[in-house]
Design a protein around this ligand. Structure first.
Ligand code: GLN
Length: 484
């Protein structure tokens, strides 16, 4: 059961081979045993989880269950969940108990009947690529506990890789689903911007933030994505479009699929062995009937600099709400209101968050707005246009997800620019608002490598199909980390 797919779990629950309470208990026991080493969860509440499991069992007994009712899942601690501590990896929210459910949480828990196993650790306010900026300490990679799991959804990634949960949610503003998926041998999908509601998901950079599934396979991701999508009037950028069944097209053959290989993704900057694994995966696709064509994303080298203007600008605005006045942390001692704000924010935010707020405030300030923020927005448009041009020549784009395998804890923590470069292949996708996936495609020195798939707008179904066919032909995604 610990290693079963969501489909197998669904069948086992429907056939009454196991109850949701029993299944959830298996995972809760495993969390109790292994989480002290991995630090993947920041909040576990057995009573709450079992309450949900009992409700799921009642639905199964009453014949009102959906396909995922009763299946336990881990939720990234960026999603507000009613009655659950929701910290976003920050001291600022360390004691914040959400009074409401994010739309994603409501859909997954109340509607689909999934059972929450708890909230997973993450980089503070989702700012990071290693999980080291979390107020609750770093997460360890189940493949090698001296290494990072990636970030910011590193707790979700480690939880699923160590099978502390069958699947998890993540969010991806600049790579935070795809990069930890790559570093932990998971399949992860960032949907097209606007497909999944951002309501109740603590905002980092609102024009980029998007939630998605992290799981062991494309099929599991498709099942989860089905429960997450849909128009939400409470998110002004939510898209009102027909809801799809993402499992419907998984088996389509790949004959004639045109794979675009951006020359900028296959040049310098990527570890040679990672690149070899990516190329081997593309050769496998050719065996499956796909053809390749070289494409170009000429502005992609500007994606990291543009992102590190736009994302901090939006973050500096979004994070202004954490002022100690309404909720969250408040400094214990202060002489007046201004000092209360100052001390609260000085004590409540970590170094990386402060760095982003300062960069953001700077690039938005009078005299610098045109030079930085406006310029970055123009580059963002050019990057999106590059993809439009590339998709005239191909159906999907492929390349590495991350330039290296999981790095050592502490290796990049002191050098923000080195850390930011972890996302050189993922960020352009967020700037363009496109869907992207990471799929396990091999190992280097015992550490997983991810293949990135990028689709055109609303091509989630196609990406999942392309990933699923590969997973039918290969078994990289089935390899499991061995944990003591
Ligand atoms: N690593 C990137 C950052 O630090 C992306 C994070 C994310 O996608 N949330 O901003």
């Amino acid at each position: 059961m610990i290693n079963a797919s969501l489909k197998q779990l669904s069948q086992a629950l429907a056939a009454r081979q196991i109850s949701s309470v029993e299944l959830s208990t298996l995972f809760l026991d495993r969390i109790e045993r292994l989480n002290p080493t991995l630090n993947a969860f920041v909040t576990v509440d057995r009573e709450k989880s079992l309450l949900m499991a009992r409700a799921a069992d009642a639905r199964i007994a009453a014949g009102t269950a959906g396909p995922l009712t009763g299946i336990p899942i881990a939720q990234k601690d960026i999603f507000c969940a009613e009655g659950w501590t929701t910290t976003c990896g920050s001291k600022m929210l360390a004691n914040f108990v959400s009074p409401y459910d994010a739309t994603v949480i409501h859909k997954m828990h109340a509607e689909a009947g999934l059972v929450s196993l708890g909230k997973t650790n993450m980089d503070e306010f989702a700012m990071g690529s290693s999980n080291e900026t979390s107020f609750f300490g770093p997460v360890r990679n189940p493949w090698d506990s001296s290494r990072v799991p990636g970030g910011s959804s590193g707790g979700s990634a480690a939880a699923v890789a160590a099978r502390l949960a069958p699947a998890a949610t993540g969010t991806d503003t600049g790579g935070s689903i795809r990069q930890p998926a790559a570093l932990c041998n998971l399949t992860g999908l960032k949907p097209t911007y606007g497909v999944v509601s951002r309501y109740g998901m603590i905002a980092f950079a609102s024009s980029l933030d998007q939630a998605g599934p992290m799981a062991a396979s494309a099929e599991d991701c498709a099942l989860l994505l089905n429960t997450m999508v849909g128009f939400d009037e409470r998110d002004s950028t939510s898209l009102d479009r027909p809801v799809e069944d993402y499992t419907a097209g998984l088996d389509k053959p790949l004959n004639g699929l045109r794979i675009g290989l951006p020359k900028e993704f296959f040049g310098e900057g990527c570890d040679a062995e990672v690149m070899a694994a990516v190329r081997a995966a593309i050769a496998e696709y050719e065996k499956l009937g796909a053809t390749t064509v070289e494409v170009s994303l000429p502005n992609s080298h500007l994606s990291v600099p543009a992102y590190y203007v736009i994302a901090p600008a939006e973050a500096s605005s979004n994070l202004s709400r954490f002022d100690g006045a309404r909720y969250g942390y408040r400094a214990p001692d202060y002489a007046n209101l201004e000092q209360m704000y100052e001390k609260t924010r000085a004590q409540g935010f970590g170094a990386e968050v402060k760095r982003r707020i300062m960069i953001g405030a700077y690039v938005l300030s009078h005299g610098y707005y045109d030079a930085y923020y406006l310029q970055a927005q123009r580059i963002r448009r050019l990057i999106a246009d590059d993809f439009v041009a590339a998709f005239k020549q191909c159906d999907v784009i492929m390349g590495p997800t991350s330039p290296s395998t999981a790095f050592k804890l502490g290796e990049k923590a002191a050098d923000p620019v080195q850390m930011y470069l972890s996302d050189i292949y993922t960020i352009a996708v967020n700037l363009a608002g496109l869907p992207g996936m990471s799929v396990p495609c091999g190992f280097v020195g015992g550490l997983p490598v991810g293949l990135q798939l990028i689709g055109n707008y609303f091509a989630e179904g196609q990406l999942l199909n392309v990933a699923h066919r590969y997973q039918q032909a290969t078994d990289w995604h089935q390899r499991r980390a061995v944990i003591a």
